[in-house]
Design a protein around this ligand. Structure first.
Ligand code: AVJ
Length: 320
């Protein structure tokens, strides 16, 4: 008897370029303590992020899905025929389904994510839903150059949803856009979800949900350090802090120490003063105009922009 088989090829391109111990300790040793936001996403962190997207106050996820759903036919028409669809940071691969259904002549879907088990599980489910699609699941870090297993012929489109681009610092965002530019051929496309500048109260609520899921997500980083780097953070002695930095146009997320205390990470003692913070994430917000200027400075052409009626979120389609 024939059963439906998943059409997946897994690729492990995760050449660990980073050393978590070194990066975390360097960050904790500096005068202004900081930890790279990518470390928020261990298995538990990825799960908690999924739960954040279900919170009423966290508008970006549902608004982006609504934009994609509302304009899918128009998006597909604007993008035109595509053979390879690449997704950066695919996570649970939820948003992609709209595009997989809408885009014409798609042959392969290449999701890239650093969280291996999460990626392979999601791809398995997805592949059973789209049996005719070749899924090349790439475990890797798209912030570094990757040698992707691409079909040589045919147009490519990259999908980078969720306003994850907002995590990059201004210099990193340009480097990232340039790298994607070089991955593409002239005429290839790039669909990017970008959170818009807006009233600071709405932003504040989105990163301080009353159920405390964002707080749990942020503080989970300390659990991860305790487990993986032999730390002894007492989680109750720290609190989640998130606020909008109006001058820089970004949400900042921090972990704040509730008292004077010393924490060990491996052999090293880290001292905290009461009120001192560890900076754990930036989430830059862009007006439509600001983002268009940014991508044009990196060689791309702005083709179209879709937003929701309240102008909370934007989906840009740009081409090389
Ligand atoms: C996944 C980086 C887009 O910045 O909104 C959500 C992560 N942090 N709540 C964002 C996040 C706190 C999210 N990104």
């Amino acid at each position: 008897m024939k059963t439906t088989e998943a059409n997946i090829i897994p690729y492990d391109l995760y050449a660990k370029k980073e050393n978590m111990f070194e990066e975390v300790l360097n960050g904790l040793r500096s005068t202004v303590k900081k930890i790279p936001s990518k470390y928020l996403y261990d298995e538990k962190g990825s799960e908690l992020f999924e739960r954040i997207t279900e919170q009423v106050e966290y508008y970006p996820a549902r608004t982006e899905i609504a934009i994609l759903e509302t304009y899918k036919a128009e998006i597909a028409h604007t993008v035109g025929p595509v053979s390879s669809l690449i997704e950066y940071g695919s996570g649970s691969s939820k948003k992609i389904k709209t595009l997989l259904n809408a885009l014409h002549s798609l042959e392969e879907y290449i999701p890239i994510d650093i969280s291996k088990d999460f990626l392979f599980e999601s791809c398995l489910k997805l592949s059973l839903e789209f049996p005719h699609l070749k899924v090349k699941a790439v475990c890797g870090d798209y912030t570094y150059p990757l040698n992707l297993p691409l079909n040589k012929e045919g147009r490519k489109v990259v999908f980078f949803p969720g306003s994850t681009i907002g995590n990059f610092e201004p210099d990193e965002v340009s480097a990232f856009l340039h790298r994607t530019f070089h991955l593409l051929e002239s005429g290839d496309g790039f669909i990017i979800g970008v959170d818009l500048k807006k009233d600071a109260t709405i932003l504040h609520e989105a990163y301080n949900d009353p159920n405390g899921i964002t707080a749990e997500f942020n503080l989970n980083l300390l659990n991860r350090i305790n487990r993986e780097l032999h730390g002894n953070f007492q989680i109750e002695q720290f609190q989640h802090k998130a606020f909008y930095n109006n001058e820089k146009g970004k949400i900042e997320m921090h972990i704040q120490s509730l008292c004077d205390q010393t924490v060990n990470v491996g052999q090293e003692a880290i001292r905290f003063r009461k009120g001192e913070m560890i900076h754990t994430e930036n989430s830059y917000k862009y007006s439509v105009q600001e983002f268009q200027t940014l991508i044009q400075n990196c060689g791309f052409s702005s083709i179209r922009v879709w937003t929701d009626r309240e102008e909370l979120f934007s989906v840009h389609y740009i081409e090389k």
